[in-house]
Design a protein around this ligand. Sequence first.
Ligand SMILES: O=P(O)(O)OC[C@H](O)CO
Length: 197
Amino acid sequence: MLATFVAVIAGYLLGSVPVAVLACRAHGFDPRETGDRNPGFWNVKERLGARAAVPVFAGDMAKGALAGLVGLLAGGAHVTALGAVAEASAVPAYAAVAAAMVGHAWPVFAGFRGGRSILTFAGGFAVLCPPAFALGLVLLVAVSRARSFAVGTRVAVFALPVLQALFAPLALVAATGALMCLIGLRFGQAAVAERRA
Ligand SMILES: O=P(O)(O)OC[C@H](O)CO
C-alpha cells in the first residue's frame, strides 16, 4: 500500500514536468496556443521541425519510463524471465504509470493544462512489458516504412495490448487497456474543446 502511494506521488510529479511547454518557451511560444494545441511531440514538430521536437519525444517517453521504474522498484522489482512486471510489483508499477499519464494530462507545474499522454504511456509501457514494447517498435518501423510515421505510431500503440497478451496475464492486458482509455478521454476532451472554440 505504501509502495503504491509512493509510486503514485512520484509518477504524478514526473508526469507533470511540462517538457513541450518548456521546450517551446525557449522559442517564445506556448504549444497549447498554437496548432492542435496539444503540448506534445507532434505539435512541436509541426511548428519547429523534427530536430527541435526530439527532446520532447524523449522527455515525454522518459517521464513514463521513470515512473514505471519507480513503481517497479517500490514493489520489490518482481519481473518475469522476459522482464515484464509481475506479482507484487504489478500494482505499484501500473499505478505509477497511470499517475504519470494523469500528470502529463493535468500537470501541477503547468496550470493543469497538459497533453494526451501517448508518449508517457509508451515510455511507461516499455517498463511494464519490455518484450511487447520491443515487438511494437518492430511494428512501428515496418508500418512507418510502408506508410508513414504517423500511421506507424497509431498502429503500434493500438497493437501494444494485443502483443502484451503474448507475455502477460489478461488482468495486466486489461490494465493496459485502462491506461489507454485515459488517452481516449483526452482525445474526446480535445474534440469537444475544438468544437466549442
Ligand atoms: O500525447 P502527447 O501529449 O504525448 O502527444 C502525442 C504526440 O504529439 C504524438 O502524436
